[in-house]
Ligand binder design. Sequence first.
Ligand SMILES: Nc1ncnc2c1ncn2[C@@H]1O[C@H](COP(=O)(O)OP(=O)(O)O)[C@@H](O)[C@H]1O
Ligand SMILES: [Mg+2]
Length: 1024
Amino acid sequence: MAGKESARQREQAGMSDPRGILVTEMSRRGASPVLVGRAAEMAALETAFETVRQGSPAALLIGGEAGVGKTRLIAEFAVRARSAGARVLTGGCLELGADGLPYGPFTAMLRDLVREIGADEIVGMLPGSSRATRELARLLPELAGSAPDGLADADGALARVATAGEERARLFEEFLTLLERLAAQRPLVLVVEDAHWADRSSRDLIAFLIGYQRSLHNVLIAVTFRSDELHRTHPLRALLAELARIDWVERTELPRLSRGQAEELAAAVIGHPADRGLTDELYERAEGNPLFTEELLACPDGCAGIPDSLADLLQQAVRRLPEDTQEVLRVASAGSGSIGHALLAKVAGHSEEELIAVIRPAVTANVLVTTADGYAFRHALIREAVHEDLLPGEHSQVHTRFALAIDADPALVSGGRADIERAHHWYSAHNTSAALASAWQASAQACRAGAHAERLMLLARVLELWDQVPDAAELIGADHVRVLEEAIATARDLGEDQRGLALAESALAELDEAADPVRTALLLRQRHAFHRHLGGRRQDMADLHRALRLVPETVSRQARTQLLLAAAHCGYDREGPEFRGWAEEALRLAREDGDPEAEAQALANLSMIEAGPGALAAAGSEPLRLIAEAKAIAERGGTYDPIRRLVIFESHLLCGAGEYERAAAVARAGSTEAERHGLARTAGAFLAINEAEPLLYLGRWDEALDVADRALDLAPPPLTRAGLWIISGLIALERGDLAGAARRVAAARTVLAGTGYDDQYHLPFALLEVQLSLAADGPDAAVAMATDALNRYDVARSSARYVWPLLVHAAAAAREASGDEAAALLDRLRTLAEKLDVFGPVQRAWQVSYAAIDPPPAAGDHGLSDADAAVAAWEALQQPHPAAVALAHAAQVALAGATGATGASGPAGRAEAAARLRRATSIADRLGATPLSEHIAGLARRAGDSDDDSAARTAAERLGLTGREFEVLRLVAAGQSNRDIAATLFISPKTASVHVSNILGKLGTATRTEAAAKAHALHLLDGT
Ligand SMILES: Nc1ncnc2c1ncn2[C@@H]1O[C@H](COP(=O)(O)OP(=O)(O)O)[C@@H](O)[C@H]1O
Ligand SMILES: [Mg+2]
């Protein structure tokens, strides 16, 4: 630690001193002291700033050609924002050939922030222990704070098992949390400059921050870029297009100055109005580009002998400087962004003291500006112009000098950029051996920084240079296949399946499976995984079979364990005895080798295989026992990843079995734990789906909404959001908020359209769509929607768990509709329902509901008893809403019997209907299911129930009984116990007993029997 501090002190001592001298002397040659024009753009920035201060999101994308004034506009705005109390963090993207610095602009912001408030304060803003800063410390090692080794080792077990995607999620999450905390103090303006040079990781983070800005209050985001550099395949284009679809994002293009404005600029620069001849010439030459206008004005001879090209123009200012200063500038032009004083001295071959004297004229002439850690060219175009001035030989030479200087002393480059800068300089120096070796080394650093895209790019460079370097393998201590293997793993982390597949194919082609069975087998496993991602879930197992044959236990126990786990995992969505065999073998090996993570995973596999195709498990069952065992083992072994997965399984299996309370509790606890591990937005939000879903079924809609909304506020990944929107959409719909439901449907549709079919998302979504179109546009529309869903999705091969609800609701819609399409749909549904699996009580309840809605024509008339069977099934599951729907349906059946020829006779049928409707009303009212309540009220009028009932209700009201107490009294009179009442009304037995004692009090009776007798005597129960 002491070593680290002194290095930093040395670095600062070496730089701040000379810069201090230069800064005080700096006179800004040739720049306008006032901002010319730009009123509209400034107003747009200020409006956006006001918007975020009012609590809404706002982001601005500002394009424009080089030198048009993007940086100046932002800088002027920053001054105003700061004086209005805001903090402004700016980060620029640098042109570094093909290797963008991962997270470059964000690293720069963090570095400034550390300078402003100190690393400790930043660390203090992040929740939790030292672990919390681990991800941000990937960007800026200073943030590892007092525990520099913690970067690699703190919570090492967690780091090992977390997937790359999770690491990135955590990094993004930490960054977002930091911004939230900063913005809680005062408004925050985040500026990313020159995004056309942004590396992919930075682009992803920009998209993340802007996309989820709704959860980021009080933060304005501005992004600038050179619009003239965006050729057709430029990677920024896709990002801009994506961002443009977001409501709160505004894109503006900064135009050149008008003729009048250019004159104004000229006057401001030279201190008095320019004469006509000069302004004409200026405008003709610079065409309103402020940078060129300034440069032209800086020509000492008043613009006579104007150079031919703009590059020449920009070089002019440099050529007027002393020769040794020019030499340093040429050297500096090969560096990137801001260059430290000591590094520049070293590369330019001066002592640090000498450099001050040599560089001063460049700063005075405003060719270079001083930055927090050194010098930068005033404008990137000036750097480019100077760089073009280098002769080809000089070019490689200067890059070589940079590379050698950094090789000798990596501390000359701050903030963990040494490896990537070396790689850049060696590559630009055309030194193939050193370029290959340094790219390999930088790829390891990129891996630590969580910059997978950059890592893949560097590995691709190693592969590209391989044939030009005779002893490449010895040089880096790894063979060609090893590099391929690293690239394959990185492609997998990035989700680049197609590329990964191609890399895996070439690695397999190079390997001799007899000589290298383990590597071959592991590559086969990767190839299987790529195929699986590309080709959907059910992929052929040939690669894994071959891999397992290649690696018996005697060859490598560890590799075999991994292969077995991968193979057993495929047993989740298909059946076969071999899956269990593989899981059991993996379990045995893991136990013998004392590997808790593998052991927990093997048990997890076994539990899913044990649960079988129904994917459900009741409390006390074998799958849940296996899960509990696996959790205990993972906990003892201190490994979180299996726990995360186990909790997801457990809540999923319980929910499938209808054990909703438990399912919700398990998911709840799992979210809390995910949060502790810094995975609130990913695993935590995913578990919110598993918590909200059972709450939805239990009729605890407000709680379900609360869980879903809180998770959505965390801005989770798209598919998770879709899952949450589906749940809250269903509740909105049942409560009659059609607009709210439609909004969620639209949002979820966009996400799901972009992903492959997955029954657990697409079928519930289809269900929601069908119900929404029924409510909004009527039965014919719902029939069309359902037909469309059946055509689109492979329903026959989907899990029965998700198919049943869709069948039942589609059938209900088809029954309400008339016409050929409805009849055809019903036929299809019936065929599907006959063949569909039925696992466990929930699926049974759906099956019974289906039979009640669409009884087989030949089955004779069981109308009312079928309908009542559905009611009973839902009541047994404690699912109030479908129970109320089933009650309403039963009432309808009873009424049909009352008017028709079959079933219960007239008055008896009406009484049957009325009794069911009363129960249904009380449930629907309690849920706030307004459309259902209205539907029931309509039926009740038909049942003629309302008159009798209202007379009785009035009598009850006179006694001071509430509506709910009146309901309870009827049930007491019917001889129900507190437990029965609780079950019927979906309240707790305790609440039921409170109602009963209130009733006894109000009626002045001592026992339930007395109360029932008195109720009869007072005609309270007439019409029942
Ligand atoms: N509206 C303006 N008023 C005065 N000077 C300007 C204006 N726009 C740009 N400049 C000057 O022109 C030069 C180039 O502008 P800059 O903001 O760096 O361009 P960009 O970031 O778009 O490449 C700078 O010296 C800047 O101060
Ligand atoms: Mg700029």
